[in-house]
Design a binder for this molecule. Structure first.
Ligand SMILES: [Zn+2]
Length: 174
């Protein structure tokens, strides 16, 4: 098989399903009640009140989840240990959000995926209001900015402050 045809055979082919029945309808998402189980989060929420972070750990694969997960997606078991993690983190990746402000202008804001030190997962967060999009980069060290009086809720970390990056390039020729 030539290289050309080999590549072609690997292309994604959309499966065509036979359409049997359609129903026109309007879906108002606000008219539904959503249940979200946060019982597994209680120790985590209690610690937030003390400005401390805990993650849960799966003893099947040793992965540490922040924010805590109900079930490990790999092992399909409940994580069974709580571990302390730091409130320092780094930017795993980011995207630029273009938000309309009240004067009709557009504000650029970096939306970042935060990877906490000591954790194996990441979560979406905002950077401090003054941080410029152009100064944001993958691997940028950051630190949680706590609310003055934490209430034990997910909004206790208001945003993430930039911290000084003391990383040095390694001269590989040496
Ligand atoms: Zn696991």
């Amino acid at each position: 098989m030539s290289k050309q045809t080999q590549r072609k055979s690997m292309e994604y082919v959309k499966k065509e399903y036979k359409r049997t029945r359609t129903t026109p309808a309007s879906w108002y998402l606000s008219s539904y009640d959503y249940k979200y189980n946060i019982t597994h989060m209680q120790p985590f929420l209690r610690k937030l009140k003390e400005k401390k972070l805990v993650a849960n750990k799966c003893s099947g694969c040793n992965r540490v989840f922040y924010p805590p997960r109900l079930v490990c997606g790999e092992c399909l078991v409940k994580p069974d240990r709580w571990v302390d993690i730091r409130d320092t983190a780094s930017v795993a990746t980011y995207a630029i959000a273009y938000l309309k402000d009240e004067h009709g202008g557009v504000e650029e804001k970096p939306m970042v995926l935060v990877h906490h030190d000591g954790s194996d997962t990441s979560s979406i967060a905002m950077l401090a209001p003054g941080v410029n999009v152009k100064d944001t980069y993958i691997g940028m060290p950051i630190k949680a900015h706590w609310k003055e009086n934490p209430e034990g809720g997910l909004m206790d970390i208001e945003y993430y402050d930039k911290v000084e990056d003391d990383a040095e390039d390694i001269d590989i020729k040496e």
